[in-house]
Design a protein around this ligand. Structure first.
Ligand code: RRO
Length: 308
């Protein structure tokens, strides 16, 4: 019998544990729809802000041997237009959707959550961890236990949708921050956002490649850090975790599950293997589970728990 990839996440059955993370497939509903059609079990919108944002000047993306650097700068059409795209997505797909939002204060997050209450989204992701807007807004909110607690607590008071907190890898105390999110009422966690930021230099031009100079790191080089932070978080909280960071193959995805992830995000991997990566990784997970004698992904997590 083929191992099943069906995964329950906060009471919802997904056909696959693979998730399209926020901001990967552009701003329109069609990018989400392609990922859903190509095997993603759930898709996430770009992080929406209250007002539209044009984002940073290009180049906003650069590649090097270890992965990618991005400084999109939170470009998005604003929450109202974003929810219209979600409506359009619903006409073509039944795949569950996480609506991601970004605010600069507790009040903004609460207002964004209020607007998503009227939507057809399944979950609300609070992006507490964009690494690329420090010039405008300062350190990512998820660097502070107090900010994390306060935002989640107030959003939870009014949100109709279950709340997922997206955390930053750029902290020393991930366990404390994850625990604060849990205590404040978060329903799930998503980690990791991009690492850094870092910088790449164009030697011939003698200047940084990204117009914004600095950008968040993603891709294969961040996988070990993602695994370690997911592993630590899993041992600190009992919330489901959407784990991501450098997943390119079925093997990477299984490592994420063993570290403690319930669902696995694939973002930069699309750049390396194309949008077919979702179907490819689904197939690779099935094959690896079958080779190792497991009938489903829940089994590998249980094994890891037993080892502790
Ligand atoms: O738009 C971005 O620059 C961006 C965001 Br909001 C984020 O959360 N993570 C990232 O790497 N880039």
């Amino acid at each position: 019998m083929q191992p099943t990839l069906q995964t329950n996440f906060l009471g919802l059955d997904l056909a696959s544990p693979l998730v399209l993370p926020a901001g990967i497939m552009g701003l329109s509903y069609s990018g989400l729809a392609v990922a859903a059609r190509k095997g993603a079990g759930m898709v996430t919108t770009k992080s929406f802000t209250l007002q539209p944002r044009t984002g940073h000047k290009g180049p906003v993306v650069a590649e090097w041997s270890g992965g990618m650097l991005n400084s999109m700068g939170l470009c998005n059409p604003g929450i109202e237009e974003g929810l219209k795209e979600l409506h359009a997505f619903r006409e073509v797909s039944t795949t569950p959707v996480i609506i991601s939002v970004f605010g600069t204060s507790r009040e903004e997050f609460v207002e964004l959550a209020r607007r998503t209450n009227r939507s057809t989204g399944n979950f609300l992701e609070l992006n507490l961890s964009c690494p690329n807007v420090a010039d405008e807004f300062g350190t990512p909110l998820s660097a502070s236990q107090e900010e994390v607690s306060s935002i989640i607590y107030h959003v939870k008071k009014i949100s109709r949708l279950p709340v997922i907190a997206k955390l930053s890898p750029n902290v020393y105390r991930i366990r404390e921050i994850a625990s604060a999110a849990e205590a404040a009422g978060a329903d799930a966690l998503s980690l990791i956002n991009t690492l850094g930021p870092g910088m790449l230099i164009d030697r011939k031009m003698g200047k940084p490649i990204l117009h914004n100079r600095f950008g968040g790191l993603s891709g294969p080089c961040i996988k070990p850090i993602a695994l370690k932070l997911i592993y630590e978080t899993y041992s600190a909280v009992s919330l489901p975790i959407i784990g991501m960071g450098g997943v390119l193959t079925g093997e990477d995805a299984i490592e994420m599950i063993m570290a403690g992830a319930t669902l696995i995000g694939i973002g930069t991997g699309i750049y390396y293997r194309g949008i077919d990566i979702f179907n490819l990784v689904n197939e690779e997970i099935r094959r690896l589970l079958s080779n190792d004698g497991y009938d489903g992904i829940a089994r590998i997590q249980r094994l890891e728990k037993l080892r502790e």
